[in-house]
Write a protein that binds this ligand. Structure first.
Ligand code: SF4
Length: 90
């Protein structure tokens, strides 16, 4: 699974960071961005769908919880094309 945030819709309330601070980060602009947990880099430029990161299996449930709780409905989940759910050999 992969995840990205539409910053244009984000209210900055921080519910996502409460659910999963490993992935979601509020930057100085008060808006949520996602972190690549492998590199530790917060991908903020350009943001939106262009800044999409993979979610480790261990964080999948809490990322889904964050998406369901997000009042801006701006957390988007997508299949990971390199993941096992894609059906491609690893
Ligand atoms: S829960 Fe949604 S609206 Fe709130 S800070 Fe996170 S991404 Fe933004």
């Amino acid at each position: 699974m992969r995840v990205w945030v539409d910053q244009d819709l984000c209210t900055g309330d921080g519910l996502c960071t409460d659910h999963c601070p490993d992935i979601f980060v509020l930057l100085e602009d008060g808006i949520s961005y996602v972190r690549d947990v492998v590199t530790g880099t917060v991908v903020h430029d350009p943001g939106g769908r262009a800044s999409i990161v993979s979610v480790p299996a261990r964080l999948g449930a809490v990322v889904v919880d964050a998406a369901e709780a997000c009042p801006g409905e701006c957390i988007f989940l997508e299949p990971d094309p390199s993941g096992p759910e894609s059906g491609t050999p690893n």
